[in-house]
Design a protein around this ligand. Sequence first.
Ligand code: PGA
Length: 219
Amino acid sequence: MKKIIVANWKCNPSSLSKARRLFSSFKDEIKSKEVIICPPFPYLPLLEIEKKGAQNCFYQEGAYTGEVSIKILKDLGCKYIIIGHSERRNYFKEDDDIIMKKIKYAIKNNITPILCIGEKEEEIKRRKAVLKRQMKGISSKVIIAYEPVWAIGSSNPCDYKEAKDILSFISGITESKILYGGSVNYSNYKGYLELGFDGLLLGGASLKKEEFIKIIRGI
Ligand code: PGA
């Protein structure tokens, strides 16, 4: 099976022209690969590719100022949506209930949710209980991204032994594909794939053209 790379651009880059340049730097490289690009909403129409996703969504249409519904995203060609990223959980106070509504609505609209789960630093000792709670009620149509919160954007990736233990824990609960995310870069990405993860979720490294291309070439 081909390994999956999800590129989470987060709230970057700062202009349409920069987004265009970033995308054209790797667009030929991703053609034959399982690479899903998740830019900010306004850049979605720019990416003329099959495998693209949003970083968030709302589960209803209508009078919800500032929100973007799954139907709008579907119309823009999104096949995937990152749901429950720790930045959404922590800064925007999304709880498991809201996250589950988004997941259900995405599945109903034939969009694959990429559900991010992961424990905070203070939860490490009870992380399996945290992960189990975050996965409650999900089906195998969901792609899981295990992203320890303390490892995201921190230059402190999860060590391979711990990651392997968590991978087997998660695969004991679901048949979903399982990705690893959190400070993945060119020097450590292969190790996670060799542990058996189905792919990787990249934040920072997906914005660095040369590094991103090297990782894509290596999968
Ligand atoms: P990072 O981000 O690769 O920059 O650590 C990963 C993520 O937040 O999805």
